[in-house]
Design a binder for this molecule. Structure first.
Ligand SMILES: C[S@@+](CC[C@H](N)C(=O)[O-])C[C@H]1O[C@@H](n2cnc3c(N)ncnc32)[C@H](O)[C@@H]1O
Length: 205
């Protein structure tokens, strides 16, 4: 059997902080996919985002972690946590680097940070670096597959952090929700919102 380095989720996860962000997310109404359509078993985006990052990213303290991932992760975390170059953390120490990545995951679970460019850019570079270190062909992305996708929380978060996503579900309503969230909104954006408003008015009249 091939040996492989553990992913972060296999060694640790900042569950308490992620849960706090997930609880707070329940009261968010603006811009959240839960306002599109009710889906009864919808999982908090905070938890999905955190779990996907931790499942895709390699534990830098694992002896089998590739040096190129460790270097890239240290570079990204240094820029992120120490933009002034004050060296508050020794990111050459793999255990400190692991803690920095887990802190990043906890902070990124915050809804307020989910669309900030610095978090999005850092997460996408880490996803790509882990994918290529694990043998992914440069230029391709890792694939997250969710065969029970429901309201689409897992595939949506996979796309957010730079992976590709496949979603399916037995229920045709869930399939339509996933098509809207993952394909139509990214492709048509404002035009789709305008059309929904226009035809909604037409139906009301
Ligand atoms: C717990 S929900 C998933 C919730 C989703 N992660 C979200 O955040 O919205 C489970 C989903 O599995 C689907 N499902 C159940 N049995 C299935 C099957 N045999 N094949 C495909 N989908 C199935 C249900 O329709 C439901 O949407």
């Amino acid at each position: 059997m091939n040996q492989y380095p553990k992913r972060l989720i296999e060694v640790d996860l900042p569950i308490k902080k992620i849960s706090a962000h997930a609880r707070r997310e329940k009261s968010i109404r603006h811009g959240h996919i839960s306002t599109l359509h009710i889906w009864w078993a919808r999982r908090p985006l905070a938890a999905c985002r955190a779990v996907i990052c931790a499942a895709l990213w390699i534990d830098p303290a694992d002896p089998l972690c590739h040096e190129e991932f460790r270097e890239k992760a240290a570079e990204i975390m240094r820029k992120f946590w120490d933009p002034m170059g004050l060296q508050t953390r020794d990111l050459d120490d793999p255990l400190e680097l692991r803690r920095a990545l887990l802190d990043f995951i906890a902070d990124f679970a915050n809804w307020d940070n989910s669309t900030k460019k610095e978090y999005l850019d850092a997460s996408r570079v880490l996803t790509q670096a882990a994918h290529e270190a694990l043998g992914g062909v440069p230029g391709t992305k890792p694939l997250v597959v969710d065969p029970f996708a429901g309201g689409g929380a897992i595939p949506l978060e996979a796309l957010r952090v730079g992976a590709d996503a496949f979603a399916s579900d037995l229920n045709p309503v869930a399939v339509l929700l996933n098509k809207v969230v993952l394909e139509y909104i990214p492709r048509y954006g404002q035009q789709l919102a305008d059309e929904v408003r226009k035809w909604g008015e037409w139906i009301k009249q």
